[in-house]
Ligand binder design. Structure first.
Ligand code: Q9C
Ligand code: ZN
Length: 342
């Protein structure tokens, strides 16, 4: 298993996250990638490589071009408006508002492109976002070159990033970008399986009307869990994408025995789709000790998760999503990789 990793993730190091009515130290920070890198190396995954550099041509196939320009320029525009703190939106388009065009004012623009407001934007954010995208694309190129398993050990994560939306610690949809690269190399059908605790609303947004990318997400029931407004079972895709989206919401304290049944069902759907390759959006915030989530998976369960996914018998590109707070996140990730290779 090749690991793709860029030090540039460290440029995403926000000081603030709006949480419980206060600005706190963010759950998503550089320490996560450092813990994960140390654990996967310790567990024997020593082939760690830096990504190649890529332009925005693949992201431009998935994301809105105005949104990409916003990500690139938001910090300078925020500073030009006289602000010195991290950028947080205060006004968002909601039910019955007209968001037909992005406002010119930076304050309005932040809200226009946000799907939630805990994700403060900082000076270095864009640089790290670009590096994460490069990790995903490099990993895809390794898969395209014939490697059966590749791990993009990147941050910030991507699965909450929609066509023209950031939030949930995400900016560019790294998993969908990797899937697109595999399609561009000649695959006709791929799948993205999202096992992060949170519904992959961004990935669902980006793939919802497509029949070449099957998307399945296993997550905390949106009645009770972020992102709240996506992830119900009845969301099955639209127009030519109808039938190519599958959501598996689950309740509090879901243990491995229940989770494994949903995973089995999702894998069956992916097989039926005829996917030639899989992008695994791997969040380990399903762990029992995760500080912001409510499933009850244990460290050894991640071995079984990897083995079940490997049972598909197709190449797997693992993209890092969430998993917070505790050093075990590194061992949980390593266990998925070990399980895949068994
Ligand atoms: N204040 C990912 O796992 N809000 N994103 C949680 C804590 C946002 C999670 C509540 C959670 C985003 C990639
Ligand atoms: Zn998550």
């Amino acid at each position: 298993m090749r690991v793709i990793y860029s030090e540039d993730h460290k440029f995403r190091d926000a000081k603030t996250e709006l949480h419980g009515g206060e600005l706190m130290k963010p759950f998503e920070g550089p320490f996560r990638a450092e813990w994960i890198l140390a654990a996967v190396k310790e567990q024997g995954f020593k082939d760690v490589r830096a990504p190649e550099k890529y332009d925005l041509s693949v992201p431009m196939k998935l994301h809105d071009h105005g949104y990409l320009n916003f990500l690139e320029t938001v910090w300078e525009r925020w500073v030009a408006a006289g602000f010195t703190t991290e950028a947080i939106p205060i006004s968002l388009p909601v039910r019955r508002s007209y968001c037909a065009r992005p406002p010119e004012n930076i304050d309005g623009l932040l809200g226009y492109y946000a799907n939630s407001v805990e994700t403060s934007i900082t000076e270095g954010t864009y640089k790290a976002v670009i590096a994460a995208k490069d990790c995903a694309l490099s990993a895809a190129d390794h898969l395209n070159a014939g490697h059966h398993f590749v791990f993009s050990l990147s941050r910030p994560p991507g699965h909450h990033a929609g066509i023209d939306l950031y939030g949930g610690y995400c900016f560019l949809n790294n998993a969908a970008i990797a899937a697109q690269r595999v399609l561009d190399h000649g695959a006709k059908k791929v799948a993205i399986l999202d096992v992060d605790f949170h519904h992959g609303n961004g990935t669902q947004d980006v793939t919802y009307e497509r029949d070449d990318i099957f998307f399945a997400s296993l997550h905390g029931d949106p009645m009770d869990a972020f992102p709240y407004f996506w992830g119900h079972r009845e969301e099955v895709g639209k127009s030519r994408g109808e039938g190519f989206n599958a959501n598996f919401p689950m309740p509090r304290n879901t243990p491995w025995s229940v989770y494994a049944e949903a995973l089995e069902a999702a894998l069956k759907r992916i097989s039926e789709h005829g996917a030639e390759a899989l992008v695994l959006s791997l969040g380990v915030d399903t762990f029992e000790k995760d500080p912001i989530s409510f499933f009850s998976l244990k460290t050894e369960d991640y071995l079984k998760m990897g083995a079940m996914v490997a049972g598909l018998g197709i190449p797997v590109l693992v993209v890092m999503e969430g998993g917070y707070g505790v050093p075990e996140i590194g061992y949980n990730v390593a266990n998925v990789l070990i399980g895949l290779e068994q």
